[in-house]
Design a protein around this ligand. Sequence first.
Ligand SMILES: [Zn+2]
Length: 310
Amino acid sequence: MSIPSLVPLSSTAWAWMHNSTAWGYSNCGLIASEGQALLVDTQFTLAGTRQFLDAVEEAVPGVEIITVVNSHQNGDHTWGNQLLPEAEIITSAASAAHLCEEISPEQMMMLSRSAPTSAVTAYAAKHIGGFDFSGITVTGATRTFTGTLEVKVGRAAVELLDLGPAHSAGDVAVHLPEDRVVFSGDTLFVGAHMIVWSDSLSACIAACDRLLETGATTFVPGHGEITDRAGVIAFRDALARVHEDAASYALSGVELSDAVRLVKASHAGKLAHPERLFTAVAAAYKEAGAEGSPSTVMGLVEGMAQLSAE
Ligand SMILES: [Zn+2]
């Protein structure tokens, strides 16, 4: 269980913070000005999203939520969308196109509540088993964009950045230039290893550079604690070191399973979920044109679950 709270970042921005590296406890954002509000993401469950919306109402009484930006399509960032039927829901075109490939709430419930007879079901039960996904109707975006998009929230100018595929098939960051704040979605994890659902670890590194190019000084990650420029640089450089080693293993013909163990041994460090290194190495192998990487989300989950069980 996590007890989240709404943390003020400026006179117009707040972060809904779990400060947790556990699966599913994603951070959200609130930007409010002159009676209007924009939310960055919703929560994994309806109860979690209601709790967030109650905190929004308490911080900015009577505010009208006109926009929700989904940083990507994973359920822990979107499964509360249905509670905002009046709002425009924006994401990138690449992110919207991927919605149909996501695991559904029903599948997630089945996976996390079935007997832990395989590495995957044991992993799902351990990390996702505490969430209740009943009543969720997956609700997609009502507006998509490519490149960048400016939106106004009261007097606040908000810039949406289409980062392309990185963590997911399409990631979006929300930039508030006046306050030098960026909500990064899952292109940043603080205190935990990166999950690479896309096929490119290089793209994850490039996405960090893109976040830094905004000139922002405060970064709200999809998971973990708020960080600064040094935190983003450290995260990017750690990804680059993993990429360098994984690419050289791929080039010398090391089997993926062996490369994963070698990378875990030298790069796990103190961060949570070292098993996620499986997804980073698998992506680096794909980029290098090497064989053996799984081509589906479930294949990546299986790789992580097996590595975690070792
Ligand atoms: Zn997430």
